[in-house]
Ligand binder design. Structure first.
Ligand SMILES: Cc1cc2nc3c(=O)[nH]c(=O)nc-3n(C[C@H](O)[C@H](O)[C@H](O)COP(=O)(O)O)c2cc1C
Length: 197
């Protein structure tokens, strides 16, 4: 089962990227298959509707890889109570069915006690045209600097969060198996209804 993990911070070396690396390592350990990891702090995507003549790469290759994914993990930092613009742009770029009818687990990241707002925002606004299917399980990484680092857990809270993340990934894997059937059913008709209502 192939997965893609999206690190949605525009900063190189972000806490979000650290969390995404941990998620990718755990998915690989649990399923035996390393996921595709896209760090938006290291890979600059073109703006949606870039001017004519703009380079096709790297988006063309990323889009092809996403088409092959069965599950997604979206790691979203809380910036000003929002998901950053680079992550919203990513969803706008996914307009060719890259994410359609695929399960996704949301992971929020906050330096302090926040992290929930971007998840609520993405649940509300990012699925309509992409048809991404957010699963009920989600993870919020609070006090991110002290969580999910390389090596052993730093605290009981860190240990509990790691266990909860593993559980969410196992549930995501089950959804990934189930939603393959939905895509294979041929019921989706994006040519007829390209945009959600
Ligand atoms: C521009 C900016 C705005 C931020 N706004 C919030 C916020 O509203 N709530 C919050 O909990 N953390 C906020 N933070 C702190 C982030 O949660 C923190 O940087 C965390 O590590 C996730 O972002 P990162 O992956 O870019 O490091 C903000 C950080 C930046 C750079």
């Amino acid at each position: 089962m192939k997965a893609a993990v999206i690190a949605g911070s525009p900063r190189a070396g972000s806490e979000t990227a650290k969390v995404a690396r941990h998620v990718a390592a755990r998915w690989a350990a649990l399923t035996g298959q390393a996921p595709f990891l896209l760090d938006l702090g290291r890979t600059a995507l073109p703006p949606w509707r870039a001017p004519a003549g703009a380079p096709e790469e790297p988006w063309k290759s990323i889009s092809a890889t996403l088409h092959g994914a069965d599950a997604l993990v979206i790691v979203a930092p809380e910036w000003g109570g929002m998901a950053p613009g680079v992550l919203k742009n990513f969803f706008l770029l996914c307009e060719r069915g890259e994410l359609a009818h695929k399960p996704a687990c949301l992971v929020g990241v906050s330096a302090s006690a926040g992290g929930a707002y971007p998840l609520a925002e993405l649940r509300m606004s990012s699925y309509k045209n992409t048809r991404i299917c957010y699963i009920p399980e989600q993870i919020i990484v609070r006090n991110a600097r002290r969580m999910l680092g390389a090596g052993r857990p730093l605290s009981g809270k860190d240990e509990a969060l790691r266990a909860r993340l593993d559980y969410a990934l196992e549930i995501l894997h089950a959804y990934a198996s189930a939603l393959r059937d939905v895509r294979a059913s041929g019921r989706a008709d994006p040519a007829r209804y390209p945009y959600g209502m």
